[in-house]
Design a protein around this ligand. Sequence first.
Ligand code: ZN
Length: 366
Amino acid sequence: MPSPRRIPIFDGHNDALLRLHRRSGGDPVAAFLQGEDKGQLDLAKARKGGFAGGLFAIFVPSPDRKTAAPSEKPAAQASDAAGQTPNFASVPSPPGVDPIEAQRIVFAMTALLYRIARASRGRVRVCRTVGDIETCLDRGALAAVLHIEGAEAIDTNFEVLEVLHAAGLRSLGPVWSRPNAFGYGVPFRCPSSPDTGPGLTDLGKDLIRACNRLKILIDLSHLNERGFWDVAELSNAPLVATHSNAHAISPHSRNLTGRQLAAIRESKGLVGVNFAVSFLRPDGRHDKNTPLDLIVQHAEYLLDHLGEDGVGFGSDFDGAMVPDELGDATGLPKLVQALRKRGHSQNLIEKLCFRNWLRVLGRTWK
Ligand code: ZN
């Protein structure tokens, strides 16, 4: 793992499990542990780039994504790229997911992560506490925290939530960018306000209370603005958007307005800067020819509005198109270098790279 001088990066969002789950043929466990040509994140790329761990998302694809989501990137690889078109058109929300089918996929992807961890012989660990993550950082093991993006698999009595928590679930987004029983996700639109419709349902509000009781982090990233304020009003935990950017720079519906950032700051929460080109660019285009410096610009804007303890990274590796200049997880040292070039201190860069994430997870899970 990283040499002593290299700063480890703990990251708020990746879709490596989705990529592995959907790959045709071969052994997904070996593909992750040995690394392969395709994809943006696997163990080999993580070690090369100093990616020390992060929230590993479980995402249940919509049934007819291929017809609903024209995208430059194959739908099979994208969760955040889905629904985005190069010409900024808005795409209707994809259809809902059957809860039983959602459970089948959630269990399969959870099992996949545990199989990876077991076969890794200590090189990958599923972490349930900040202490677990710190142990991984010390030993150079990849720290994986189980996250669910879209709660379709959760039943109305929260029994599945209880079981998943016992299986290591520590973070959950009530919705992805589609409606479900818990609320209305924000559709992919640019330019657009995030204020796109109704927020959480009554059941969604119960889910927030259940997450608070179990101390599961509630991810705001795919909620629309009404849903965001519903969580802000109800939750007793810091407000966290694991992979979102500044609306003032990129006026995408997935990004956060000044008022939202003020509420996150007030709660001592955190935003993970998303590397997806569509959420970085002022024009929202799906264009891999996007400068790495835009990630730095979003980080600096968010630092100005959230303070130096309120910003981390939320790469969206394997879920979205990222700037070519970064490429994949092996490109992370270029991002750290760009932050150094801007004159940021070692202390601030360490906060951005992992300390802030560990702080907010500690406050949420305590
Ligand atoms: Zn996402």
